[in-house]
Write a protein that binds this ligand. Structure first.
Ligand SMILES: *Cc1c(COP(=O)(O)O)cnc(C)c1O
Length: 230
């Protein structure tokens, strides 16, 4: 089942890339495995998936030791500063940086373990109360403040678009995030690259790819609905 879901998601990714005349190799599929057991992650791994997304520190720690070492773990959820130290040596990228305080802590912990951690700046594209992230207007200032920190490298932008039944409703947000990444690239800020645009989830990854996403985070579409009660 997971295998079939992955095949279907990959087909959709190819179709969207084709539609936008983009190279499908420029889009990374992150399988969002939060709340899902290691057996299911292993099933996805066996189809060739190596990028997995989690949003809780404890879950990354629990799963990390039980699964192959060549998995690239992506931290995609809100991260508390006091927990950075637990995952600093385990994740390949932190997608959800939205404050100087958090970036400074990642920097400090990364330096301790001699790493340079790629991070993304999270933008709250829909200006939703319930979501984390900076506004479009705040992004550049935050990037300029974080850029000089050691042990950390800004690699791009991330967004969780509003939940909607109709992905077209999010097209404008994705286009605007891409434009922001182009604008920031043009400022040539030292130590800042805008090569990653992490946007698109189960409900809207096709549209996100058409608008330039380089990294889609798909959970439900691969692993099925999540049960938060267990
Ligand atoms: C849960 C989650 C996803 C995946 O959501 P689906 O709709 O299940 O694909 C993607 N990104 C973030 C940040 C998430 O927390």
């Amino acid at each position: 089942m997971i295998k079939d879901n992955i095949a279907e998601v990959k087909e959709n990714i190819e179709r969207a890339a084709g539609k936008a005349k983009r190279d499908v190799c420029d889009v990374t599929l992150i399988a969002v495995s939060k709340t899902k057991p290691v057996e299911m992650i292993r099933e996805a791994y066996d189809t060739g998936i190596r990028d997995f997304g989690e949003n809780k520190v404890q879950e990354i720690m629990d799963k990390y030791d039980k699964l192959p070492g060549d998995i690239r773990w992506h931290m995609i959820g809100h991260l508390q500063t006091n927990k950075v130290k637990y995952i600093v040596d385990k994740v390949c990228m932190i997608h959800s940086v939205d404050s100087l305080k958090l970036a400074a802590e990642i920097s400090k912990q990364a330096v301790k373990v001699s790493r340079e951690i790629p991070i993304l700046i999270e933008v709250n594209v829909g200006d939703e109360e319930s979501k984390f992230g900076v506004t479009f207007d705040e992004a550049e200032d935050l990037i300029r403040q974080i850029a000089p920190l050691s042990g950390i490298k800004i690699n791009g932008l991330m967004a969780v678009a509003p939940y909607t039944e109709d992905p077209e409703q999010n097209r404008g947000y994705f286009a605007r995030l891409r434009q922001l990444s182009v604008d920031i690239t043009s400022k040539n800020i030292d130590n800042v690259s805008m090569s990653v645009l992490s946007m698109g989830m189960t409900g809207d990854y096709g549209v996100a790819i058409e608008e330039g996403s380089t990294c889609v985070r798909v959970g439900t579409g691969i692993f099925g609905e999540r049960d938060y009660s267990i």
